[in-house]
Design a protein around this ligand. Structure first.
Ligand SMILES: [Zn+2]
Length: 219
């Protein structure tokens, strides 16, 4: 049986997140939401994240500013600000595993994702780094992304998909996407845990090959 893990980045947004939560709750689906600290500084946004957490979803750190590419910046303080300060803002909304998803600038997994300093920071802080293997680019093709998402699911044994609960209109297709899933020939189990290949750091321990994702490789 194939597996699918759903994750939602860049929220919360009052236009998209409540509808996503309603849709998931109606179907008994638990997912993960990666939020940027800059977007959860006000009480209304924090209330939405609290609701998300209370409904069984996991909340992760998706950087402070969602603007600094860790593998490209020359600022030595970037890991402390983008990872550490963001985790402080998350506070009790986060979880013991300290889920962190880097800002990928379009979803590409490559040497811009991390610097050596960022990796050290994640390890010393006991973070769990959650990447992805499917980005159906819902923000570009707000009506047609479900079909592209299905292509990924057919190709992979265990898909960790990145969608975005922001006001693009794309999340209006979420119910249709979940309906299409149910029509697939092969049964697809929706799970909340992450495929091991997408989690190269677990609670500060490096378990995967990070070299292709680091700007300044060893030696
Ligand atoms: Zn993002």
């Amino acid at each position: 049986m194939k597996k699918l893990t759903l994750s939602f980045d860049n929220g919360p947004s009052p236009e998209a997140t409540p509808g996503v939560l309603d849709c998931l709750r109606a179907r008994g689906i638990e997912a993960s939401f990666f939020v940027s600290a800059k977007d959860i500084l006000d009480e209304a946004s924090r209330a939405l994240v609290r609701r998300t957490k209370n409904e069984g979803h996991r909340i992760g750190n998706h950087t402070y500013s969602h603007a600094v590419i860790l593998g490209e910046t020359s600022d030595p303080e970037a890991p402390a600000k983008e990872i550490g300060e963001a985790q402080n803002v998350l506070g009790g909304l986060g979880e013991a595993d300290r889920l962190f998803r880097p800002y990928g600038g379009g979803g590409i997994i490559g040497p811009t994702l991390f610097s050596r300093g960022a990796i050290d920071y994640l390890c010393q802080g006991g973070y769990t780094c959650v990447l992805w293997n499917s980005v159906p680019r819902d923000w570009e093709d707000t009506a047609g992304w479900p079909e592209r998402a299905l292509d990924d699911i057919r190709r992979l044994d265990w898909t960790l998909m990145v969608l975005h609960d922001i006001a693009t209109g794309a999340m209006a297709q979420l119910p249709r996407f979940l309906e299409l899933l149910g029509q697939e020939q092969e049964e697809i189990q929706i799970v909340q845990d992450f495929p091991p290949g997408c989690v190269p750091i677990v609670r500060g321990r490096i378990l995967g090959d990070l070299e292709p994702m680091v700007a300044d490789p060893l030696g």
